[in-house]
Design a protein around this ligand. Structure first.
Ligand code: SAM
Length: 268
C-alpha cells in the first residue's frame, strides 16, 4: 500500500461516480489530453478509454514507477505517455502541441497551474478539480462578493463553469476542505499575450484590498483622475468596489490607465 505524500498534495480520488462525472464533463473528440498528477492512475484509466492521446506529468517518482507498470500495454501502443517531472517546470513539454487539461490538481499549486494553462494559447480548455474556495473565485460573476482577479483572468480567455462539489469523503486520505470541479472552455482572447503581465499587475492593484474602493486601490497603478472620470462616464459611484465592475469594464479601464502610463513615460 502506497503512503500519500503531503508535500505533493496527494489526495487520491476513490469515488467512482465522481470519476465518471469528471470524464463526462470533458468535451468529445479531443486530439490530445494532458493530465497533471495522475497519482495512482484512476482517472488516467478512464482517460485512455476516450479517443485521442493522453500525456501525463507526475512529480512523484515512486508513483511514476507504479504507473509505468500499470499502463505498460497502453504505453507500448503509444496511447499514453507518462513523464516523471514537475509539470510547472516542464510546461514547454505540455504546450508542445494543442491540448485539453484534465486533472485532480494538488491544492498547493492549483491556482498557479490554472493561470499557466489560461495564459497558454496551446491550451484549449480545462476540466479540473480544485479546492472549492478557489473554484468559487474562478467562477464568480461580477457583483458576487467572490468576484476576483482570477475570475477576470479566466473571463478574458473563455467561459467558466463550476460543475459540482466533491465532498472530502470522495478521497483517500480525506482533505480538510471541500473540492469542486470547474470547466473552462477557452473561446476568446481579450488580452494580447504581450500585455498580460501588465494586465495582471493592474488587476492585482485593483483587488489589493477587496473591501476598499477601486479608486483607492488603483492609486498605485494610475492617477486618481483617470479612475474618477471613468466611473463618472459609466454612471458608477466613486465608492465602487473592485468586485462590482464587469470584465468588459475592466478591459476598458485598463486601456485608459495603460494609455495614461504610456503618455507619462513618453513625456519624461
Ligand atoms: N489524479 C490522482 C487522483 O485523482 O487520484 C491524484 C491526484 S492528487 C490530488 C495530485 C497529484 O499531483 C499527485 O499524484 C501528486 O504527486 C501530483 N503532483 C503534485 N505536484 C505536482 C507537480 N508540480 N507536477 C506534477 N505532478 C504533481
Amino acid at each position: 500500500m502506497i503512503r500519500a505524500k503531503k508535500k505533493f498534495g496527494q489526495n487520491f480520488l476513490t469515488d467512482e461516480s465522481i470519476k465518471r462525472q469528471i470524464i463526462q464533463a470533458i468535451p468529445n473528440d479531443l486530439e490530445r489530453i494532458v493530465e497533471i498528477g495522475p497519482g495512482l492512475g484512476d482517472l488516467t484509466q478512464k482517460l485512455v478509454q476516450l479517443s485521442g492521446k493522453i500525456e501525463c506529468f507526475e512529480i512523484d517518482s515512486e508513483l511514476y514507477e507504479i504507473l509505468l507498470d500499470k499502463f505498460a500495454s497502453e504505453i507500448s501502443q503509444h496511447k499514453l505517455k507518462i513523464t516523471n517531472t514537475d509539470a510547472l517546470e516542464s510546461w514547454h513539454e505540455i504546450s508542445r502541441q494543442d491540448y485539453f487539461l484534465v486533472a485532480n490538481l494538488p491544492y498547493y499549486v492549483a491556482t498557479n497551474m490554472i493561470l499557466k494553462a489560461l495564459s497558454d494559447s496551446r491550451c484549449k480548455g480545462l476540466v479540473v478539480m480544485i479546492q472549492k474556495e478557489v473554484a468559487l473565485k474562478f467562477s464568480a460573476q461580477p457583483s458576487d462578493s467572490e468576484f476576483s482577479a482570477l475570475a477576470i483572468l479566466a473571463g478574458v480567455r473563455g467561459d467558466v463553469e463550476l460543475l459540482f462539489d466533491v465532498p472530502a469523503t470522495a478521497f483517500n486520505p480525506e482533505p480538510k476542505v471541500v473540492s469542486a470541479v470547474i470547466r473552462i472552455i477557452k473561446n476568446r482572447n481579450l488580452v494580447d499575450d504581450f500585455e498580460l503581465g501588465e494586465f495582471e499587475r493592474f488587476l492585482r492593484s485593483a483587488f489589493v484590498a477587496p473591501r476598499k474602493t477601486l479608486l483607492k486601490n488603483l492609486a498605485c497603478f494610475c492617477s486618481k483622475s483617470i479612475v474618477e472620470s471613468f466611473l463618472a462616464k459609466h454612471n458608477l459611484p466613486l465608492t465602487t468596489r473592485p468586485h462590482e465592475l464587469c470584465v468588459a469594464l475592466y478591459l476598458k479601464l485598463f486601456k485608459e490607465a495603460k494609455n495614461e502610463r504610456r503618455e507619462c513615460t513618453n513625456s519624461r
